[in-house]
Design a protein around this ligand. Structure first.
Ligand code: ZN
Ligand code: ZN
Length: 366
């Protein structure tokens, strides 16, 4: 069928054009897109830091309504509302052990541009077009494997539009806290970086009953919002001399948990140094240029601390996303506070506002 999509023909380009999408193969569904979040990983693909074969249709935080299902799909039907999430193969050791975020095939399924059989679903004038993350949700319709389409019930399309980032950014931030840390109540949490991922970590810290949640960011507006969303204190690295000392002062000697979502390499070390003994730090972001050296003995071994790296919040999306949806519906995960809607035609503005930080979570409406 004919669709409108934002097509990247060459590095950095986003052109709204007419294209074609094929019907779903056996395990796939065709989704009419209701909305799609803009994530930094899309920009990394469009700019070719992630070398997805071009032309390509990016977008990996799509939500929509199922229109057609493949012959082997038995858990979705036309009319179902779905949140699309990251792809996984379902048959490797990690998928079979309920850790699809560590899937053997993740890089192939997310970044090769093809589906698991090596073929593509989008095309234009007979030329194949890559999908991103097994979605390509910057399009009015897209094909997705049923494994990475999670059904949500009891929401309108307008409510669904706020839930895009449950599929990636919120899943990553909330999962870091709820799936990796499993905080005991009345513990302390520091969150480095107050973008969409960090804000989700703050909200999840409140859900888990953390009594002290310290937000760390250089943007005063974001720190003010973090306080409204559950943070109990803030540290602005531009305003304090020593971030580690400031966190230790606030927390009485160091935090139980430190969540690094900023992507600044140095802050992984800062997060570890901000821990109390037996503390646990986690890093979830692709770091920017530069490396740090982590002194294992004084930073980790001697104080018996741990550092975990994890993708997609360590989540099993078919289980975790419905939980997050319930938290959202109950008002416990106010992700709507992060969202600003843009018409699909304004996709370039949405990316510009994401880049400058004017908008925490730009969401395109179709
Ligand atoms: Zn797998
Ligand atoms: Zn993402």
């Amino acid at each position: 069928m004919q669709i409108t999509a934002a097509i990247t023909h060459s590095k950095g380009e986003l052109a709204l054009e007419t294209a074609e999408v094929a019907g779903p193969k056996a395990t796939e569904v065709l989704v009419r897109m209701v909305a799609a979040g803009v994530c930094h990983t899309d920009a990394a693909g469009i700019e070719q830091f992630i070398p997805v074969t071009l032309p390509a249709i990016f977008g990996h935080e799509g939500v929509g309504v199922v229109e057609e299902v493949g012959l082997a799909v038995d858990d979705l039907k036309p009319g179902d509302k779905v949140i699309m999430t990251y792809p996984s193969c379902g048959v490797c050791d990690y998928c079979r052990d309920a850790h699809p975020f560590a899937c053997d095939q993740f890089n192939f399924l997310a970044f090769s541009g093809t589906f698991k059989d090596g073929t593509k679903r989008f095309s234009q004038n007979g030329q194949d077009i890559s999908s991103f993350f097994g979605q390509g949700s910057f399009a009015t319709h897209a094909i997705v494997d049923a494994r990475n389409a999670v059904k949500v019930e009891g929401v309108t399309e307008d409510q669904l539009a706020y839930m895009c980032s449950l599929g990636c950014g919120v899943q990553t931030g909330a999962g870091m806290v709820l799936n990796v840390f499993h905080p005991r109540p009345a513990t302390s949490l520091a969150v480095f970086g107050c973008g969409g991922v960090g804000m989700a970590a703050i909200m999840a810290g409140r859900i888990a009953g953390c009594s002290q949640i310290i937000a760390v960011d250089v943007n005063p507006g974001r720190l003010a919002l973090a306080l409204e969303l559950g943070a109990t204190g803030t540290v602005n690295p531009k305003a304090v001399g020593d971030v580690v000392e400031a966190i230790k002062d606030l927390s009485g000697g160091g935090v139980h948990y430190a969540a690094e979502s900023s992507g600044v390499p140095q802050l992984t070390l800062t997060a570890v140094q901000s821990l109390r003994r037996l503390g646990h730090a986690c890093v979830v972001s692709v770091t920017g240029p530069g490396t740090i050296e982590l002194p294992i003995e004084p930073a980790l071994m001697n104080p018996s601390c741990s550092l975990t790296g994890v993708t997609e919040g360590g989540s099993n999306p078919q289980v975790f996303i419905p939980q997050l949806a319930e938290y959202y519906k109950a008002g416990l995960l106010p992700i709507d506070r992060l969202v600003r809607f843009y018409d699909f035609a304004d996709i370039k503005q949405a990316f510009a506002d994401s880049h400058t930080g004017v908008t925490i979570k730009p969401v395109l409406r179709f």
